[in-house]
Design a protein around this ligand. Structure first.
Ligand code: HEC
Ligand code: HEC
Length: 293
């Protein structure tokens, strides 16, 4: 250590203008969940969507539902690095949480889908997930007597079809919003809701550690994709946009809501604890390449 190292360090330059009270203003929770005008909320729609989300009869094996990988007890993610749907076919990427999807601007780790309505039909048909041709899934649902009145109430005058199945599941997903946390109580003004060390962690998050550059706002995401420098074969968004250098190895910034309940972390589930996540940001290893954030 050099001379004078026992004195308190001078405040970092980027902290100069930092004010905790002002910083907290970016973290107000929204009061209501947004629903699109072409698929507005009703209790009947959310209830039907919930039934479908938890129904394994939508899979070829009769054993897998959406909730097999997006599990409520793991904050709607999973506890494995990557899940497998159909036995023996592990997925290449980790199951992300479906929390706060109502506010998501782009879906999947690489942002390749825009609407929950369209996304919901993908996993039913994907060979590695539920492996069920859509017409067959619709026929199965239509033949279950219990579903007929639920569809009639949720989407009167519309058929039991891919479109209504997608809309119902999307409505349910939008209701899966993260609840009030001690952090939110603190943002609302209750100083006793957070420990001093958590408050200092917030200061670091907003300043020196640069976390809030990408994990911004109440949902802790900029809804964008970034390359964090992982050593990986998966090019993320770059797979969709091979000619665009900045998109290579780009993955979506996940929400950090309920993060402690859904280890392991990152798109491949390779990191087991939050301490190790912070170590990655601090020390790497990361690949120095043109797309690096
Ligand atoms: C076998 C496990 C599995 C099953 C079953 C499954 N998913 Fe997923 N889900 C995943 C994985 C893995 C991803 C991320 C894939 C990627 O980004 O390439 C994902 C992504 C998603 C996303 C995007 C989340 C985000 O952060 O952008 C939504 C929404 C979703 N799934 C909903 C569903 C619905 C609805 C069903 C049932 C119809 C379903 N999933 C069934 C594993 C699964
Ligand atoms: C340049 C943008 C950026 C910065 C800065 C950043 N993150 Fe991230 N964060 C991301 C992206 C993108 C991912 C997903 C990467 C992946 O899975 O490959 C991620 C993932 C995470 C995850 C895992 C989430 C999950 O669901 O698996 C945690 C936890 C996290 N970041 C915390 C932090 C912390 C703490 C900091 C500050 C030390 C930070 N991030 C700084 C963009 C960023």
């Amino acid at each position: 250590m050099g001379p004078g190292s026992s004195a308190a360090p001078p405040p970092a330059r980027e902290n100069a203008a930092y004010n905790r009270q002002a910083a907290k203003a970016d973290y107000q929770r929204p009061d209501t969940v947004p629903f699109p005008s072409n698929n507005t909320y009703s209790r009947a729609r959310a209830g039907l969507g919930k039934a479908l989300f938890f129904d394994p009869r939508l899979s070829s094996s009769g054993a897998i539902s959406c909730a097999s990988c997006h599990r409520p007890q793991f904050a709607w993610s999973d506890s494995a690095p990557t899940s497998s749907g159909v036995p023996g076919m592990p997925l290449k990427r980790r199951s992300p949480t479906i929390l706060n999807m109502a506010w998501a601007a782009a879906l999947f780790w690489d942002g390749r889908a825009a609407w929950l309505e369209e996304q919901a039909l993908g996993p039913i048909q994907a060979d590695v997930e539920m492996n069920m041709p859509l017409e067959k899934a619709i026929a199965v649902i239509a033949a279950i007597p219990g579903y007929q009145p639920l569809f009639a109430k949720a989407y009167p005058g519309e058929k039991i079809a891919g479109e209504t199945v997608g809309k119902a599941i999307a409505t349910f997903e939008r209701t899966v919003a993260s609840g009030m946390s001690p952090f939110d109580e603190w943002i609302l003004g209750d100083e006793s809701a957070q420990s001093d060390s958590a408050k200092r962690g917030f200061d670091l998050f907003k300043t020196k550690a640069l976390c809030a550059k990408c994990h911004s706002g109440w949902n802790f995401t900029d809804n964008s994709v970034h390359d964090l420098g992982f050593v990986t074969q998966d090019r993320g968004r770059g797979k969709l946009l091979p000619q665009i250098e900045a998109a290579q190895f780009g993955f979506k910034t996940p929400t950090l809501r309920n993060i402690a309940q859904r280890a392991p972390y990152f798109h491949d589930g390779a990191v087991r604890t939050l301490e190790e996540v912070v170590d990655h940001y601090d020390k790497g290893p990361w690949q120095n390449r043109p797309s690096l954030a």
